[in-house]
Design a protein around this ligand. Structure first.
Ligand code: ASP
Length: 436
C-alpha cells in the first residue's frame, strides 16, 4: 500500500487538543499523503459548529445586523487553536479579510467555506505540509453541480506534482471563480474525489465514532460494531437512515474500488469499519445491520385480475409523478399493489391521490395505512442462509408486533418490513436480539 487519503471531520479538529491527536495520526504513517480537514465542529453538546456560525454571519449582514458578536466566536476559536499549538501564522490577518469580505457582501457559500479554508491553512502549517486551495482543484459548473471531469483533470495535474498536502474539504469554485460548496457534511465528498483521482489504496475517514454500529445506539443498548461491510450493504443501511458518511461521498471511491476505513480520532487503535467492494458472506453472522425510519403511509390497492390489466401500475405511478411525489417501495401481489410513501413526500396529499387512483384505475378497494415504520435487516449472507426471514418474523411475533408489509428486494441482501410507528423501537430491538 502506497497512498492513503485521510479526511478528518469537524469534531476531530474542534480544538488544539484534537489537532494534536490528528497530527500524531498523520505522522504515524508515511503513506498518509493527502489530508482533508473539515471546519472545527462542536467541542461539547452545547458548543457551536464554525460552519453554522459562518452561515449566521452571512445572515446577519443580509438582514443589516452587525456580525461582530458572532464573528468574535469564530475568531476566538481559531486564535485559541493557533496560540495553543504555538504555530507561527498571522491568523488575525486571515480573519480580518474574511470578516471584511462577508461585511462587503460576499456570497453565503464563500462565507460557509471559510471554516474549512482556515482549518486547512492552520493544519498545513502545523504539519509542515503544502496547502492546496480547494478552489483550484474542485470544480463546479455554472448550475452549482460538480464538474467531475474538470475536477479530476485539475486534481491530477496539481496532485501529481505535490508531495504531502492539505486540501480543505467542502468547497470548490466555478469557472467565474465563485466559491461553491457541497451540501452539508460535504468534506467527505472532497476526500472521496481526491482518493479516486489519485487511485489511493485507502480512503480514511476519521470521525468521533469507531465506525458503524449494527443498530442505532439510541434505540439498541450497546450495539455491536460492524467491522467490515460492502458498499451495497452500506447503501441499503444508509438509505434507511444509518448515517456516518455523506451519501455522495461513497460513489467516487466505490467506482474506483477504493476501500473506505471509518476511524475514531479519539481511539486511533480501534480498527473502525472497513467498507469494501466485495467480501465473502459471513455465514455465521449473516446480518450486518438493522436500520429503519418512521412516518410512512402505505396505500394498498386491490383489483381482481390486476395481473392481466396492462398498464395498471404505470397509471398508479403516473398519478404520483403528476403530484410530484416519489415513492419508497412498491411490493405487489397477484391482485394487489402497495405504494409506500414517506410522509415528508406526501405532504397531506393522501386524499387527492386516493381520489385520482380511484377515478383512473377503478380498483375494487383502496385502503390507506398511515403511521407506518419501515425496518431494513441487511446482510449479504442472507441469500444463501436459510431461516433468516423466519427468525425476523418470529422475533416480531413473539414481541406481539403485527407485520403490515414484507418486501425482499431481488438483491436479496435486505428484508424490509412495515410495522406501526408505535412498534418501531420494540421491533428494532426484537430483530437485533434475535441475531445477537
Ligand atoms: N463544515 C461543513 C458542515 O458543517 C462540511 C463538513 O463538515 O463536511 O457541513
Amino acid at each position: 500500500m502506497n497512498t492513503i487519503v485521510t479526511k478528518f471531520g469537524g469534531s476531530s479538529l474542534a480544538d488544539a487538543n484534537q489537532f494534536r491527536k490528528v497530527r500524531e495520526i498523520i505522522l504515524s504513517d508515511d503513506r498518509r499523503k493527502f489530508v482533508i480537514p473539515s471546519a472545527p465542529g462542536k467541542r461539547n453538546s452545547k458548543d457551536f459548529k464554525i460552519t453554522d456560525l459562518l452561515y449566521l454571519c452571512h445572515a446577519h449582514i443580509e438582514s443589516g445586523i452587525p456580525l461582530d458578536d458572532v464573528f468574535n466566536l469564530i475568531s476566538n476559536r481559531y486564535k485559541a487553536i493557533v496560540c495553543e499549538l504555538e504555530i507561527s501564522l498571522d491568523i488575525d490577518n486571515y480573519l480580518q479579510k474574511i470578516k471584511n469580505d462577508i461585511e462587503n457582501g460576499a456570497s453565503k457559500e464563500y462565507a460557509a467555506s471559510r471554516g474549512e479554508y482556515l482549518n486547512g491553512i492552520i493544519l498545513a502549517t502545523y504539519l509542515n505540509f503544502k496547502f492546496i486551495d480547494a478552489k483550484d482543484v474542485i470544480i463546479f459548473n455554472k448550475y452549482g453541480s460538480l464538474d467531475t471531469d474538470a475536477t479530476y483533470k485539475a486534481l491530477n495535474s496539481v496532485l501529481s506534482k505535490s508531495e504531502k498536502s492539505v486540501i480543505p474539504g467542502f468547497y470548490g469554485s466555478d469557472s467565474n471563480a465563485n466559491i461553491v460548496t457541497f451540501s452539508r457534511g460535504g468534506s467527505d465528498v472532497t476526500g472521496a474525489l481526491i482518493a479516486a483521482s489519485i487511485n489511493a489504496d485507502l480512503y480514511e475517514n476519521w470521525t468521533d465514532v469507531s465506525g458503524f454500529l449494527m443498530a442505532d445506539p439510541r434505540i439498541v443498548k450497546n450495539p455491536m460494531q460492524i467491522k467490515k461491510i460492502t458498499y451495497r450493504e452500506l447503501r441499503e443501511l444508509s438509505y434507511m437512515g444509518a448515517s456516518v458518511l455523506h451519501e455522495e461521498s461513497v460513489f467516487p471511491v466505490r467506482n474506483a474500488g477504493i476501500p473506505i476505513n471509518i476511524k475514531n480520532t479519539n481511539m486511533p487503535l480501534d480498527p473502525g469499519t472497513l467498507i469494501v467492494k466485495d467480501m465473502e458472506p459471513d455465514y455465521d453472522n449473516p446480518i450486518k445491520g438493522i436500520a429503519g425510519k418512521k412516518d410512512f403511509t402505505v396505500i394498498s390497492i386491490e383489483k381482481a385480475m390486476m395481473n392481466t390489466e396492462l398498464g395498471f401500475c404505470r397509471k398508479v405511478l403516473s398519478i404520483l409523478e403528476q403530484n410530484c411525489i416519489s415513492f419508497e417501495n412498491m411490493p405487489s401481489g397477484i391482485d394487489t399493489v402497495c405504494v409506500v410513501i414517506s410522509d415528508s413526500q406526501l405532504k397531506n396529499k393522501t386524499d387527492i391521490l386516493v381520489d385520482e387512483i380511484r377515478r383512473t384505475c377503478t380498483p375494487d378497494s383502496i385502503v390507506v395505512h398511515p403511521n407506518m415504520a419501515l425496518i431494513a435487516t441487511v446482510g449479504n449472507g442472507m441469500s444463501s442462509n436459510k431461516g433468516i426471514a423466519a427468525k425476523i418474523f418470529s422475533a416480531l411475533s413473539s414481541n406481539n408486533i403485527n407485520i403490515r408489509m414484507i418486501d425482499q428486494g431481488s438483491s436479496e441482501i435486505n428484508i424490509l418490513i412495515g410495522i406501526e410507528n408505535d412498534d418501531f423501537e420494540k421491533g428494532i430491538n426484537a430483530i437485533y436480539n434475535s441475531f445477537n
